[in-house]
Every structure is written in structure tokens, then in C-alpha cells.
Design a protein around this ligand. Sequence first.
Ligand code: F6R
Length: 294
Amino acid sequence: MPVISHPASTAISLPPFRFPPSLSTGDIKLRIVVLDTPDLVTQFAADMVCELVKERAREKIEVVLGLATGGTPLGLYRELIARHQRGGVSFREVDTFNLDEYVGLPPDSPQSYHYYMLENLFKHIDIDLERTHVPETWNVDLDESAHDFEMNIELAGGIDLQILGIGTDAHIGFNEIGSSLGSRTRVKTLTRKTRADNARYFASPDEVPRMALTMGIATILESQSILLLATGESKATAIRNCVEGPITSSVPASALQLHPNVTLALDSAAASGLANLDYFLESERNRAATTRSS
Ligand code: F6R
């Protein structure tokens, strides 16, 4: 077989993709939770995060959270800060890995995701900043940075709970349409749609960076559990395609159908495009009844 030599930056070997161990437990689910308002989605997500963090604290085991930025998780972060300040939860033993960071923005730029995380969560809680990881994209070799990011997730023992938002085009992280379902952390070019959607955070649409370093889809799928949050009608089509469409790289979020432990927490507007909405609502009612009677 001919030996193909690659430039040093692409010769880095990454671990092969594998599903998280929970796949072998038989506890496989894609759970759809529909709540009336965005605030209820926030409370649901905060309960899930805090329960995990507190359970691990009781067991004296560290916990690794995967975090997202954007508008959707802002309520969750506000709620985590509030619960921490009321003394209800400590993040001292938590490691975090963020999904993505723009290429071309210094970390102290107000539009960078480093800045977003510091301002909207990290500086208000007792987390050790050394244990927080947002992909490094400023003054670094991007391939090496992507490799180090993956390795740091490995070293931390993998992500226990990954929080996701979803783009209007169904991207997760910045895995845009066409992203390989086996992809790992790497640089991606942002679509015009994503840049237009995110222009609200910049002085002009031209200032939105054209590229980002993002966790890959395989990286996301290796998390032990995933919680995707979506609110508002603008996400309804993406949610329908994610849940009820075929698994395809044209709908990056559809890869979540392959994962053994995914919860989608949706407000009724984001769930409004689901053809099988009644079925999902009934499933949740039955789940609640089963939980009560057990
Ligand atoms: C952000 C991220 C993106 C966003 C998505 C939705 O870290 O990974 O996938 O989750 O673009 O953004 P919002 O919540 O602003 O609609």
C-alpha cells in the first residue's frame, strides 16, 4: 500500500470515535421534553446540571460539563449563578469544555466566547478558571490547538453532560451543513446564514468572523449525555429535521439520533414543527406516571 505523507500539522493522530459506555447499558433514549415557556426550559436545564454536579460532589467525583454560548443558554447561566449565590451548588470540582470559539478575535474581545463565558458565568461562580477550556484560537497554531483540546477532554475523562444550542440551519457547535458525522475538533468556515444570525452581536455583519474552531460531531457524540436547548419559532424547522428527519450531514443535529442519552428541552414554539408532537407529549406524560408509581 502506498505511504502517503502528510504535513506535520495534519499527521496528529486522534483517538478513534467510540460511543460512550452508557450505550451498553440498554438505557438508550432520545427524550423530547416540551415546556410552555423559555423560562421553564431554563429551570429544567438548571435542575439537570445542578443534580449532576451535586450528585458527583456527594460521591466526591469530579464532573466535566460541555458548554455552549449564544443566546439560548444565557438563562441557564443566570440560573446557575443564582443557585450558586443562594448556596445551593458549588462548581469547585467542575471542569468545563466549550463547544467553539471564533477565529480572529482576541480572548478579551467582547464578542469572543472566552469573554462571553467569563462575563456570563465563570466570574460569578466558584469555578477554578484553570479548569475551564474554551478552544484557543488567538496567536496559536489552530491544528495543534484543536488536537490539544481533544486531548484535554480525554485527560479530563470525557464530557459527562454536554449542553447544546442549535442553529436555525441545525448546526451544533459550529458544525455547519455538510460536516462529517465523524468529525473532531477543527476549523470550520461559517455559513452565510450563521454569520447573519450572529450579526446581532457585532457592530456590522462584516465584522462577524468567517471561521471558528469547533468540537466535531464525533467529539460531541462521545459525551456521556447531551442536553439540547431550543426556544422560539425560529428553531422549529431545525428541531423537526433534527428529530424526525433522516440522519444526514446536511442536518448536523440529526447525528444526535445516534446517541444513547440525549434530552431535548424545547419551548412550545421550538417544538411546534414536530409532526409527532402529540406522541412526544404522551411519552413524557407516561414517563412521569411511571416515575410516580415506581
Ligand atoms: C454556540 C454554538 C452554536 C449555538 C447556535 C444557536 O457555542 O455552539 O451552535 O448554540 O448557533 O445560537 P443561539 O442560541 O444564539 O440561537
